[in-house]
Ligand binder design. Structure first.
Ligand SMILES: [Zn+2]
Length: 395
């Protein structure tokens, strides 16, 4: 039993994992009819233990579908209470649950859906002190968290334990999902984003809106990947990132590669134990230091004026591979604090990212660090592609 854990089931011990009762065979008959699943697959699902981090937007559909599918044990980590503003997307919870702990509301709904399920509640934060102990009893993680601190921690402990981490993220109309599993040949989260961005550099969760149905789609895809991994069927998202744009109703796929220099799964790892990062997702960013902005047309004119300038791209390397502005220097936002010595304090610096949010934070950071002539490029490379150079791919 892990820390803060309550066993929420009438059945105790491992004996229940053997075989399926007549009632279970009827319940799962549409699964058992599929040759790739069959009775043996359904028994694998019954023996499986999945840890859902978060009972929110992504955790709701993931836990509901995993429970319905017959996964035998689901653990839920969440220290939050149900709020009215959760209900437009977190379908595990109902109006009568507002104010209740999310773990308890989730347990009641999942038990109603499938009484054969063993639900384990961890009504605590997932922290460096308990993360490995909690994960020990599970086969894989479905990460539905909304903050960087937990995201890095879940990545790291999953790598240490050689267990897959099914990742999902959502923002407004866009969602992404992949499976991080270095032991299965793919990258981990730190292969892409080695360190968290500096505190205050990302919009807080509360102010980042999301279309209610979006986590339903992304969380259901996470559940799909979890089921496939348990059943050992199909092609998993290991090494592939699936991006979903609800406005365009389009999926795009990106190949992800393992980084041999990754601090946690690389050849010479420097991170070998769990780390707690500041929970900066819950704080509002400091917007008191407004930085100058420039549009892409004005930037284009400025670049052609012959005056010297530095064009700083603060996106991630895989974004740089997808699309770039000629002459730009890449320093990902998360690396900026360690790499300011690569920039000349006297130069006029134009900072851009995908759409202007990360670059604004980067510009604020540079101003605070003593750079005097820093300008944020409003609209980022996306506006550049739309208004200046259509040859730059949009993503
Ligand atoms: Zn890695």
């Amino acid at each position: 039993m892990g820390p803060g854990e309550k066993l929420e089931s009438g059945r105790k011990g491992p004996s229940h994992v053997q075989g399926l009762s007549a009632e279970e065979q009827r319940r799962y008959s549409r699964h058992i009819l599929i040759p790739e699943i069959g009775r043996a697959g359904q028994e694998k699902l019954k023996a499986a233990r999945i840890l859902c981090l978060g009972a929110g937007g992504l955790g709701s559909p993931a836990a509901l579908y995993l429970a319905a599918a017959g996964v035998g044990t689901i653990g839920i980590v969440d220290d939050d209470q149900v709020a009215l503003s959760n209900l437009h997307r977190q379908l595990l919870h109902g109006t009568a649950d507002v104010g209740r702990p999310k773990t308890e509301s989730a347990r009641d709904r999942l038990r109603d859906l499938n009484p054969h399920l063993e639900v384990r509640l961890h009504a605590c934060r997932f922290e460096s002190a308990n993360a490995e102990e909690i994960l020990r009893d599970y086969d894989l993680i479905v990460d539905g968290t909304d903050n960087f601190a937990t995201r890095y921690l879940s990545n790291d402990v999953a790598v240490f334990a050689r267990k897959p981490n099914v990742y999902g993220s959502i923002f407004r109309f866009d969602g992404q999902t992949t499976v991080f599993a270095p032991h299965l040949g793919g990258p981990c989260y730190r292969c892409l984003f080695p360190e968290p961005p500096p505190p205050g550099s990302v919009p807080s969760c509360a102010e980042a809106g999301v279309l209610g149905v979006l986590p339903g789609i992304v969380g259901t895809m996470q559940a799909t990947e979890a089921l496939k991994l348990i059943l050992g069927i199909g092609d998993s998202l290991v090494g592939r990132l699936l991006h979903f744009d609800a406005l365009k109703m389009k999926f795009r796929e990106f190949n992800l590669r393992q980084d041999p220099d990754c601090p946690v799964c690389g050849q010479h790892p420097t991170i070998t134990r769990p780390i707690d990062y500041e929970m900066f997702c819950h704080g509002a960013p400091d917007l008191t230091r407004a930085v100058p902005q420039v549009g892409v047309r004005a930037l284009h004119e400025r670049m052609q004026s012959g005056q010297p300038y530095v064009l700083l791209d603060v996106r991630e390397p895989f974004e740089f591979e997808l699309a770039r502005i000629e002459g730009a220097n890449l320093i990902p936002l998360g690396e900026l604090p360690q790499r300011t010595n690569e920039l000349d304090r006297e130069s006029e610096i134009f900072v851009f990212c995908h759409s202007g949010t990360r670059s604004e934070r980067a510009a604020e950071f540079l101003c605070a660090a003593g750079f005097s002539k820093v300008t944020n490029v409003a609209g980022g490379i996306d506006a550049w592609s739309e208004e200046i150079d259509p040859n730059v791919p949009r993503y």
